[in-house]
Design a protein around this ligand. Structure first.
Ligand SMILES: [Fe+2]
Length: 307
């Protein structure tokens, strides 16, 4: 009885058609009506028209109705209203501007994908064979699931209370720069929050089987349009995952990742409070300025304030 994964992100964008074409190139499966799916997660992205890019709703899966009762109760204690349906509960987080829908849903059944066989000094495992990495077909480039999203909040402390004490996320790590890495599954993070003067999606992140797939998928995206490249290839520090960030036509970053830390026993994991560049990434190219402040931030701020 617990939360166990993200279900669907509803993303508002000014032009869902061009953004949808981007996510099809990205490897998601078009399901019709602005809906897109992953290999293991089913429908995980909905694109809806909006005046500016922003997260509209986020779905979180739980096991049963007892979880919904618990979430409704805990949100109520904090002063957040919620609406209960038979198999779901919805509540609004004013800090991120996102409607959260906790819903009873099946757990993911993931096929084991051990990745390519690696040779290492003193440990030659691939004998008399070319690497699988150069022989695989394009199906390996299709995201397996929506792993996490990073949202800005006008009030990070209040949003964190909403998601942690109310909905039931766990804190995996914090940074002194104000990022909170939260999980609702065994992944190191499924949601990260950061304070900002504007509500927007910093990035969504989609899992691929291994680093070879991350590199190949990102290069396929960039070879179609070099403007899509943002930052990669590298390995993060918090979560340890390989990453490569790209940008959709609305300005949302979308990350391919693989090999994220898994927290399978909460008692064995100690959340840290980190600071400095090292807490951001372990290795990779220097992060571009737009990772810290998106290039359309001023434009988004003007739009937000003129309404
Ligand atoms: Fe990420």
């Amino acid at each position: 009885m617990a939360l166990h994964r993200l279900t669907t992100l509803t993303l508002g964008v000014p032009d869902p058609v061009s953004v949808g074409e981007y996510y099809e190139d990205f490897g998601l499966t078009a399901l019709g009506d602005g809906r897109y799916g992953t290999v293991n997660g089913g429908e995980q992205l909905r694109l809806v028209p909006a005046d500016r890019r922003r997260a509209v709703a986020l779905g979180i899966a739980c096991d049963d109705a007892d979880d919904l009762d618990r979430v409704g109760h805990d949100l109520g204690v904090l002063g957040f209203a919620s609406t209960r349906e038979e198999a779901a509960l919805t509540a609004y987080d004013a800090g991120t501007g996102v409607e959260v829908r906790v819903e009873v849903a099946e757990r993911l059944v993931e096929q084991a994908e051990p990745g390519v066989t690696l040779n290492a000094p003193g440990d030659v495992r691939r004998r008399n064979l070319r690497s699988e990495a150069i022989l695989r077909d394009e199906s390996v480039l299709r995201p397996r699931k929506l792993g996490h999203i990073v949202l800005s909040s006008l009030d990070e402390a209040r949003s964190r209370a909403f998601f942690v004490e109310g909905v039931g996320f766990k804190v995996s790590d914090l940074t002194k720069e104000g990022l909170a890495f939260l999980r609702c599954s065994t992944d190191h993070h499924n949601l990260a929050l950061r304070e900002a003067p504007l509500q927007f999606v910093h990035h969504t992140s989609w899992e691929l089987p291994d680093v070879d797939a991350v590199g190949a998928a990102a290069m396929a995206m960039i070879s179609k349009d070099a403007e899509r490249h943002v930052w990669g290839l590298g390995r993060h520090y918090l979560g340890s995952n390989y990453f490569w960030y790209l940008k959709d036509p609305a300005g949302n970053f979308s990350e391919y990742y693989s090999d994220m830390d898994a927290i399978v026993d909460d008692a064995e994991w100690e959340a840290g409070l980190w600071e400095g560049a090292r807490s951001f990434y372990s290795w990779g190219p220097p992060p571009p300025e737009q990772m810290r402040a998106p290039e359309d931030l001023a434009e988004l701020m003007m739009g937000a304030h003129s309404r």
